[in-house]
Design a protein around this ligand. Structure first.
Ligand code: NAD
Length: 359
């Protein structure tokens, strides 16, 4: 199969982790007889430096024209003081909107080899952690009006949270469909005791339930959900929630699984062209030191093969290689524990490439 992949290396550790994921993709292409071609795309701080824009028009076009997009991470202190609409993260929001991907899917799964890295008690971890957060990605407060004004001599900031029922329906459907393929439990998370947008969210999700009779739909307030994720994460199968709540809950969920560096994500819309990226940021504190864990990016590439290219077997081959890497006692610094063998970003990628075998 021939596939054109847009590659956004980005800032901080972005270029390092992407390099390792590309090595993995090359090995897959080699042993399975595919041809992956890569188109480099400037986005984030590096694009601001070159074009004074976090996502130049040409970059977005390259992404839309590709079969899928693999992204490292963007942002860093250097660009913290640029105006709001020029910030690296704005490029990310524009990319998601431009690609019309409205669903961000983040697995929170504990690798048994890393169960000790979880900050949760063993008795909680032993019950198992394996759920997915389906987060709405192109609506809500991140895309509402933002303004700051002077009123009676004081600065007043406003951010507007808007959802219409169609936006809620399409993301809720993804939640129901994902639950159908898993353990058939969907938890819709909102703040309906306070927010009007959340009351519409709850009502709309409920209105779809009779179309998915095999899925058990429950509702939970976001503050309770934040507690339940640390108290008893085994209760969750699929969580569907709005943009900002999903942003926060998925970071919490990533932490209980051990390391933010291990977790991939996919963002999908109506077409198979998806955006695949690890859930962490550009980690400026460890950039350029060969310390980053590339596994979240490598597993994002595996998700790309599965969800966008229908290459289930190839995707599994990558997951198995990661499993073997961990079984062999190798660890990057962020997941290091006693008696394990510490490796850097590059060696981690090389070892995983070495473990990839055709089934
Ligand atoms: P971060 O995720 O970059 O880092 C948080 C902590 O986790 C740091 O200690 C970092 O060293 C560690 N970490 C992250 N990824 C790691 C990896 N792969 N291996 C080992 N350790 C890892 O979050 P932050 O520090 O809040 O943000 C840094 C920059 O990244 C900011 O400019 C922020 O806006 C940006 N950011 C970008 C994205 C994205 O590109 N999707 C997402 C979140 C934050």
């Amino acid at each position: 199969m021939n596939k054109k992949i847009a590659v956004i290396r980005g800032d901080g550790i972005g270029p390092e982790i992407i390099q390792e994921a590309l090595k993995v993709l090359d090995k897959i292409a080699n042993i399975y007889g595919h041809n992956f071609s890569y188109v480099d795309v400037d986005m984030g701080g590096c694009a601001i430096d070159k074009y004074n824009e976090p996502l130049p028009k040409e970059s977005l076009e390259k992404c839309i024209e590709s079969d899928s997009v693999l992204l490292g991470a963007v942002g860093g202190e250097k660009w913290n003081n640029v105006p709001g609409n020029k910030r690296p993260e704005k490029g990310l929001l524009k990319l998601r909107a431009g690609m019309k991907v409205y669903s961000n899917n983040r697995p929170a799964k504990i690798w048994p080899q890393l169960s000790e890295a979880s900050p949760l008690k063993k008795s909680i971890v032993d019950k198992g952690i394996d759920f997915i957060i389906v987060r709405e990605l192109t609506g809500g407060i991140y895309f509402g009006e933002h303004k700051i004004e002077e009123i009676n001599g004081k600065s007043v900031a406003t951010d507007v949270l808007v959802y219409n029922e169609d936006e809620i329906k399409r993301i809720a459907r993804i939640g129901f469909e994902m639950a159908q393929k898993r353990n058939k439990k969907l938890c819709s998370v909102e703040k309906s005791n306070v927010l009007e947008s959340s009351r519409l969210w709850k009502k709309t999700a409920s209105s779809l339930a009779n179309e998915y009779p095999d899925v058990k739909l429950t509702h939970m307030l976001v503050d309770n959900c934040a507690m339940q994720i640390v108290k008893d994460p085994s209760q969750f199968d699929v969580i569907v929630t709005e943009n900002m709540f999903g942003d926060i809950l998925s970071d919490e969920a990533s932490m209980i699984t051990g390391s933010i560096g291990m977790i991939p994500s996919s963002s999908l819309g109506l077409t198979t062209c998806g955006l695949y990226e690890p859930i962490h940021g550009s980690a400026p504190d460890i950039a350029g030191k060969d310390k980053a864990n590339p596994i979240g990016t490598i597993l994002s590439a595996a998700m790309m093969l599965k969800y966008s290219f229908n290459m289930e077997e190839e995707s599994k081959a990558i997951e198995k290689a990661v499993d073997e890497f961990l079984n062999s006692g190798y660890r990057t610094e962020d997941i290091m524990s006693k008696d394990m063998k510490k490796v850097g970003c590059k060696e981690c990628g090389d070892l995983i490439v070495g473990f990839i075998k055709k089934a």
